[in-house]
Design a protein around this ligand. Structure first.
Ligand SMILES: [Mn+2]
Length: 198
């Protein structure tokens, strides 16, 4: 099966309308299945988003695809995970070590110290925090998917585009529509995948 995989669109009232149009048209014209790995609409930051008719229309369009729930679009009608040809698809937030591994709860300590840091020092520690949570999330989700003998796992959430193929196992993150502006194509029969930019 040929898949178009998108994640972390984070669409809201402030999103670039051209970007929204381009993403919707990409999905509409794709010959295969479309999977959205969570955080398509940013309901977390904009609780009234779906009261707007234009976003309700976007919702009605996206809901026709295989759309998985993220932590910013925690709508009950969305599934929390999906399996296609033994590939596991989930948003990845429940493997985010910051929320699921108790020592990370003490990260408020370095966060508190940020107050006393210069902007340059702050930027460096922000980057280290981001890399640490990204790598630990990828590690935990890979461990889980290997344990349950999936052929691969596809996540979003970290906003970090990744393709790691080793020993017939695939870790894929298509990237996002906020920073990397990338998506992925995956052929679940051959296992081939690649990133594309919008
Ligand atoms: Mn997320």
């Amino acid at each position: 099966m040929k898949l178009l995989v998108l994640s972390d669109l984070h669409f809201n009232q402030d999103s670039d309308p051209t970007l929204i149009k381009d993403c919707l048209s990409l999905c509409r014209h794709f010959k295969g299945e479309v999977v959205i790995a969570g955080d398509a609409l940013d309901v977390l930051e904009n609780p009234t988003l779906l009261e707007s008719s234009s976003f309700k229309r976007i919702y009605d369009e996206l809901i026709q695809y295989k759309w998985i729930r993220g932590n910013h679009d925690f709508l009950t009608e969305l599934p929390s995970e999906l399996v296609i040809d033994n590939y596991l698809f989930c948003h990845g937030d429940r493997f985010d070590a910051f929320w699921s591994w108790w020592p990370f709860h003490f990260m408020w300590v370095p966060k508190f110290l940020q107050f006393y840091r210069t902007p340059a020092e702050k930027k460096k520690t922000d980057l280290l925090d981001y890399r640490l949570t990204t790598v630990t999330t990828e590690y935990k989700v890979t461990k889980y998917a290997l344990k349950y003998k999936y052929r691969g796992v596809i996540i979003g959430h970290t906003h970090s585009p990744v393709i790691i193929e080793r020993d017939d196992f695939l870790l894929l993150n298509p990237g996002d529509m906020v920073d990397s502006m990338t998506y992925a194509l995956l052929d679940t029969e051959t296992g081939e995948c690649e990133h594309r930019s919008i």
